[in-house]
Ligand binder design. Sequence first.
Ligand SMILES: Cc1cc2nc3c(=O)[nH]c(=O)nc-3n(C[C@H](O)[C@H](O)[C@H](O)COP(=O)(O)OP(=O)(O)OC[C@H]3O[C@@H](n4cnc5c(N)ncnc54)[C@H](O)[C@@H]3O)c2cc1C
Length: 528
Amino acid sequence: MTNDDVLIIGSGVAALQLAVKLTNDLNVRIITKEKIRTANSYLAQGGIAAALGVNDHPSKHIVDTLEAGRFHNNQEVVQEVITAAPDLIMHIAQQGDIFDKKRNGELFLGMEGAHSEKRIVHGGGDATGKNVMEHLISELGQKRNITIEENVFAYELLLNAKQNRCIGVKARTSTEGIQSFYGKHVIIATGGCGQLYTYTSNAKTVSGDGIAMAYLAGADIVDMEFNQFHPTLLYINGETKGLISEAVRGEGATLVTDDGTQIMEGVHPLKDLGPRHVVSQRIYEFLKNGKQIYLDISNIDDFEKRFPSITSICEGNGIQIAGGKIPVAPGSHFLMGGIKTDLMGRSSIDGLYAIGEASCTGLHGANRLASNSLLEGLFQGERLSKWINETCKIPQELEQNKYFIHPNQERVLNLPNVQQIKDLMMERVGIVRNEENLKKQLAWLNQYKAESIQLDTCSPEDITKVFMLIIANLITDAALKRTESRGGHFRSDFPKEDDHQWLRKTIIHNYKQGMEKCNEHIETALAT
Ligand SMILES: Cc1cc2nc3c(=O)[nH]c(=O)nc-3n(C[C@H](O)[C@H](O)[C@H](O)COP(=O)(O)OP(=O)(O)OC[C@H]3O[C@@H](n4cnc5c(N)ncnc54)[C@H](O)[C@@H]3O)c2cc1C
């Protein structure tokens, strides 16, 4: 049993930023499912958005964020995060050689889809996430108050006797079997749920665990129907092999068919740099009709130098950059919804926080603007650290009692295999949805009654499946209820946005309170 001031679950950018910013007098523990670097954050290629250009202004970045989010965003959150972005990025840039710079020392600013200005700061060409994570990991190395435990699979949040405060988490460890970790502040930073789908850009550990745990503990979960499918994953023999960043289209690559026809002509005014859901749907239409789509990169000079990571992914999979064409398909990339929190990361349960992609602050609305998520994680990590640094001095009632050992025998459950869950989610709750498929999927999911399965005696593989089934249920149910198309959620039977019925209406799930309701955002319009 361990007992810390701050217990952080996950080791992505939000987790590490929080840990780095907490004061040295706090005991901090990070537990993470595999290695510290096994995280979507480490894979992030494109960069981080901030209005740093001479012609740019946060108000332009705000408008782009709201437009991409189809005005489902929490406007106050958007304003606060986007306005803070330039200072946040400049501060990190001053810490070392993290971002790419021009000869005159200014930061390089790249272009990405749905941005109206060049404002994407990147590092190592297309290794931004790696650079930022390595910087944070080296900062952590200087701090003696932080313990990092790898290969710890958190699976059940612990509440106090009154069931109104989160006090820790149960986890499977590689050495100790089942162990309880306690903390005055328990932070879920476990990322989104990309692994729910057959085609995905996400790290293998990112399958919605933290959101499922929070849901089972009774926290409010929102906006699960808003899933972003990235238009361009490398696609070989029916499998996706990694991400081809939007920055490639930002540098001039276009989407073409076998015979070179440009498929985004006449589809959206921004053509290949249109919002991700528009581009993904367009590629999906061609693939469904048996036509392969390619990124034509022939007009990008020095591709290998500008995009070293993508070059290595392609060449490692037998695609030569000199050929000028990369086969692509859309796949699950980012979850806009998650555990409902304020900007500080506070969930609806005392003592429980969520930051990074596991949380839903409302920044992204119905669809994330490219390169806004590393920004959100960095912002939230810093904001939550300020809150904890101030409040942790107040004594908290702590209840620690249990130490669990590995059960002698694991139960064998009758659950579908992981591939089946992914394939059915892709087919029925993927890029294009409709009532018939969503109902079929709900009926299929409901037979497993995943929410009532006792997890202590399950194998880690079965726990993963239980979490996947719970997340699949939340997504499917919300997608069925939202009878319109908006952002990352597209219904072929309701293909238009329905502002009258749905603008800023959020579907909230709460298992403990049996609450599945729609909640209207009440917000003041931004003066832009
Ligand atoms: C290929 C790719 C490229 C991207 N490019 C960009 C980009 O250019 N710009 C941008 O802004 N965003 C980008 N994104 C999105 C961005 O990387 C993520 O949204 C962001 O990094 C999420 O960070 P996070 O802190 O929430 O956690 P993540 O980085 O998702 O990490 C989650 C952590 O939690 C751990 N974990 C999960 N479950 C458990 C459990 N049960 N117990 C213990 N630990 C657990 C995981 O192992 C991992 O360490 C990209 C995403 C991908 C996949």
